[in-house]
Write a protein that binds this ligand. Structure first.
Ligand SMILES: [Zn+2]
Length: 126
């Protein structure tokens, strides 16, 4: 039997590498960890995804946004509580990469969303 293709976690958007222990129920594996299974995808997570797409729609061809743009847009308070949405915004961007909607870049090059560290930019898939 061939090793099945890797999957993407439905919550954090990181790659789930196939492991022998999942041989029997790989088809039903959706999350990379118990924490992700518990978190799932919240209404805020969905709002971040749609905000990323709508912000990109307003940018002219190929332009990028920062996850913080989506975090600030979704956060409703006046203080800097949007910072707590930074990691959720990155998770949303990774899920959109898995969906084929966007690419994550660093210094203008497309990077692997599962391993990229530091500041990232988001743009529509070309
Ligand atoms: Zn995960």
């Amino acid at each position: 039997m061939n090793t099945p293709e890797d999957k993407t976690c439905a919550s954090c958007g990181r790659r789930i590498e196939w492991r022998k222990k999942w041989e029997r129920d790989w088809d039903s594996v959706r999350y990379c960890s118990a924490a992700c299974r518990k978190h799932g995808v919240t209404a805020t997570d969905e709002a971040l995804e749609s905000t990323i797409l709508s912000l990109l729609e307003k940018r002219k061809g190929g332009a990028t946004i920062c996850p913080s743009d989506a975090a600030r847009t979704v956060y409703e308070g006046e203080d800097d509580g949007w910072r707590d949405l930074m990691e959720p915004a990155r998770r949303a961007a990774r899920r959109l990469v898995a969906a084929g909607e966007v690419e994550i870049t660093q210094k203008g090059s497309v990077v692997d969303p599962s391993t990229a560290k530091g500041a990232i930019r988001i743009r529509r898939t070309r």
